[in-house]
Design a protein around this ligand. Structure first.
Ligand code: SF4
Length: 480
């Protein structure tokens, strides 16, 4: 069933706590967008809120615009049993949502896997079509304009600040890509043709969707401590348009953590691209906060393979629900060099030993279909990792098929690696995804299937048992 909820902008133009909006000089008091409908379209699990986290962040920011009505509609891409829904059903549902809520601006959050759901949707007379999200952000200006010619506004990078500027009629030369129609409708006639939001507009102070009560604090919550990633893995959309990372203010992070503890959260998903790459003082503060509050629930974290400091090991050991996802991808030198994800076997071995000896729960992920990869190199990588453990311990090993994401460096090398893609339904979580690699210069379709079969044999989880109530804590000397 379609979800729809409406939020009203603060009458005072602030955050409701006496904090007024503060934009750079030049803000126009005219409010060109009176109402906005943001549509989420994702695979929403029972524990998720129908409003996706990214859209909730934008709503939290927009409710600070006086007089603006912000509505959120949500379409689930999976049914109650977690199965993919028919594309036509989702499109019909989305059309109905748009028809029954004719806002002056209708925005869609676009991922590579949901673009086809938006195709063919017709907008109410006079509404502006706004597209944002990763699939819009990571392509070049030219690519995104030619891929989405119907769009009036293409919102690049994080959505809070560009939409805030546009909602206030603020003329800033780095806001979003807008069409002639949108320029005139929004009174932005002087806006240059090519515009992109600059992170210098201080991403660190964007409001929290939990503090603004857009998302309830439930058992399952998401924690964001910084945005972006400074690695350049060529298959990843983070290696495209956004360089570097921006820490959110400690005030915001601490505020969210406090709400989570008070609200009884028991399952925290940390959204940072690589939590152990974030500023060390910051992550130690986060871990220390959880330990001080005797948090025993689940906390899942994305981890970059590298040696862990002793100080962090001590804290990790005190979080029994900690689960690290370690993205290894491949240990084959030609492959990891080609994808610009340097991998040192000795460092990985050291990290595995630290995790194993300290009983820290983790699993490792790999990608199938990478450059220079074959069934033999995949088997070798998996066996090398298994051999790093002391039997009977072994981490759960999971392989994901490579998807060529538009805007990534690897997608630009499509011809070089002779990638063929298609709907590989066996491995696709989504019904409309078609960018999965199915063969390349290095593997035939049959060999790709062989790699997929190898990955399926791994599906039984083999977690490292969490046994280390006592035992060794060792690591590099703290570098704090
Ligand atoms: S794969 Fe992970 S570490 Fe690499 S660029 Fe993407 S987010 Fe960063």
């Amino acid at each position: 069933m379609t979800f729809l909820e409406t939020f009203l902008g603060s009458p005072s133009g602030g955050d409701g706590n006496g904090t007024a909006l503060q934009l750079p000089a030049g803000t126009d008091t005219h409010t060109p967008i009176q109402s906005i409908l943001l549509v989420c379209c994702d695979a929403i699990r029972a524990k998720d809120n129908p409003i996706t986290y990214g859209v909730a962040c934008i709503v939290a920011q927009l409710t600070m615009v006086p007089g603006l009505t912000v509505s959120v509609g949500s379409i689930n891409m999976t049914d109650a049993d977690g199965n993919n829904r028919d594309l036509e059903d989702m499109q019909a549902e989305m059309q109905q949502l748009v028809d029954t809520y004719p806002a002056s601006c209708i925005g869609f959050s676009v991922f590579a896997y949901n673009t086809r759901v938006y195709e063919g949707i017709s907008l109410p007379e006079g509404s502006l079509l706004l597209l944002g999200g990763p699939h819009i952000t990571y392509q070049t200006d030219e690519e995104v304009v030619s891929a989405f010619p119907r769009a009036d506004i293409l919102c690049r990078q994080f959505g809070e600040l560009p939409l805030l500027c546009l909602s206030l009629g603020y003329r800033h030369d780095k806001v979003a890509l807008v069409s002639e129609r949108a320029r005139s409708a929004l009174s932005l006639a002087d806006m240059p043709d090519s515009m992109m939001l600059s992170l210098s507009l201080d991403e660190s102070t964007v409001p929290s969707p939990y503090a603004c009560k857009i998302l309830p604090v439930s058992m399952y919550v998401r924690l964001e401590t910084e945005r972006g990633c400074h690695h350049q893995c060529s298959y990843c959309c983070h290696a495209g348009g956004i360089r570097g990372s921006v820490p959110l203010s400690w005030e915001r992070v601490h505020g969210d953590l406090t709400l989570f503890m008070e609200g009884g959260a028991r399952d925290i998903c940390v959204l940072d691209a690589a939590f152990n790459d974030s500023r060390i003082r910051r992550r130690v503060k986060v871990l220390q906060f959880l330990v001080d509050n005797r948090y025993k629930g689940r906390i899942s974290v994305q981890f970059f393979p590298r040696t862990i400091t002793k100080q962090e090991l001590v804290l990790y050991r005190q979080l029994p629900g900690l689960e690290l996802e370690i993205g290894v991808q491949s240990l084959h030198p030609e492959t990891y060099r080609a994808i610009k994800r340097p991998m040192c076997q000795e460092v990985l071995q050291r990290m595995v030993t630290q995790l194993e000896q300290n009983g820290i729960r983790h699993f490792m992920t790999f990608i199938i279909g990478l450059p220079f990869q074959t069934p033999a190199t995949l088997r070798h990588t998996l066996q090398t990792v298994r051999d790093m453990y002391t039997p009977p311990n072994v981490a759960s090993l999971i392989c994901y098929p490579l998807e060529l994401l538009p805007g990534t460096p690897l997608a630009a090398q499509r011809e070089e690696h002779q990638y063929r893609t298609g709907e590989f339904r066996l491995v696709s979580k989504y019904p409309v995804m078609s960018g999965h690699v199915t063969s390349s210069k290095y593997v035939t379709r049959k060999e790709f299937q062989e790699m997929y079969d190898i990955s399926q044999e791994l599906r039984e989880p083999e977690f490292v048992p969490y046994v280390a109530e006592e035992g060794p804590v060792w690591g590099e000397e703290d570098s704090v």
